[in-house]
Design a binder for this molecule. Structure first.
Ligand code: PEP
Length: 281
């Protein structure tokens, strides 16, 4: 991915008809966590209406508390993949937290006719789970979005991404999702999107921004522009290649991260802002 002195291969790739590279831009708007089949369908229907072919759908959720909703796991996969096929979704970003999830996803995709593709997500809590990285790196079927570790150096996170490539999988995207600090930030995490060009300079990976987990709240300026929208634009102007962003039909009822979810009716404005920022890049 750019950190091995003898390796200068490109990391551009195409997956299920969608192109990924350091020059492309893909939006993955969707549910942080799958809760009901109705919400999945509402989300995918709206995405279809706005010509979106990618989404995010969380089935396996790594939660800080063991008493919080942990995700529906494999039980939701059949309807998520069925609905993705119905609404023309080509790629779903989905976090896995254990190697067994790979097989569950493979089986469910097969049983639902492989109508959609999955981008495996390694979350910030697993960035240095090296055994999981090696297993995910050994498979070539699915591309991987690896998030920066929220409490380690950038260098350590970039080396974590190399674990995937060193095992054979070079379809890797690097995700910025904010860093933990103890300074009582206005946001859930310290937004690190100024590192987009840095990562693109240091490696050949496409870079994803996750404004939802970085900002963590619907707070905004008095003129009504949400901070999530502001930082999304900043990340895109800085050269981001992918945007992972949470939406929900009823954020108050969301089982995970409701306070940071954008409303479905905000999707058109969000996509328009993405386009404007991209033109400014
Ligand atoms: C997520 O994208 O759902 C998530 C949990 O992100 P992170 O690993 O960045 O916290």
């Amino acid at each position: 991915l750019g950190r091995h002195k003898n390796d200068d291969r490109s990391t551009y790739f195409e997956y299920n008809g969608v192109r990924f590279g350091q020059e492309t831009l893909n939006v993955f708007a969707g549910l942080c966590a799958v809760d009901t089949i109705e919400h999945v369908e509402m989300m995918m229907k709206v995405l279809r209406e706005h010509d979106q072919v990618c989404t995010r759908m969380g089935a396996y959720k790594p939660r800080t508390s063991p008493y919080s909703f942990q995700g529906h796991g494999k039980t939701c996969l059949p309807y998520v993949f069925d609905l993705a096929g119905k609404y023309g979704i080509k790629v779903i970003a989905m976090e896995i937290t254990h190697e067994s999830h790979l097989e569950e996803i493979r089986n469910a995709l097969y049983q639902t006719g492989n109508a959609t593709g999955v981008m495996l997500q390694i979350g910030t809590r697993n960035t240095q789970n090296f055994e999981l990285l090696k297993i995910v790196g050994r498979q070539q079927t699915f591309p991987v979005l690896i998030k920066r570790g929220f409490g380690i150096t950038l260098d350590e996170s970039l080396n974590a991404a190399e674990y995937l490539a060193s095992e054979g999988n070079r379809k890797v995207i690097f995700g910025l999702r904010g860093m933990k600090t103890n300074m009582g930030d206005p946001h859930r995490n310290f937004v690190d999107f100024s590192h987009v060009p840095v990562v693109k300079r240091l490696t050949r990976m496409p870079v994803c921004i996750d404004p939802s987990h970085s900002v963590g709240t619907r707070a905004g300026s008095p003129d009504g522009i949400l901070d999530i929208m502001h930082v999304t634009a900043q990340g895109i102007v800085a050269g981001a290649n992918m945007v992972l962003v949470d939406f929900h039909p009823a954020p108050a009822n969301a089982l995970v991260d409701g306070p940071q979810a954008l409303l479905m009716k905000e999707l058109p404005q969000f996509l328009e802002d993405v386009q404007i920022a991209r033109e400014a890049y």
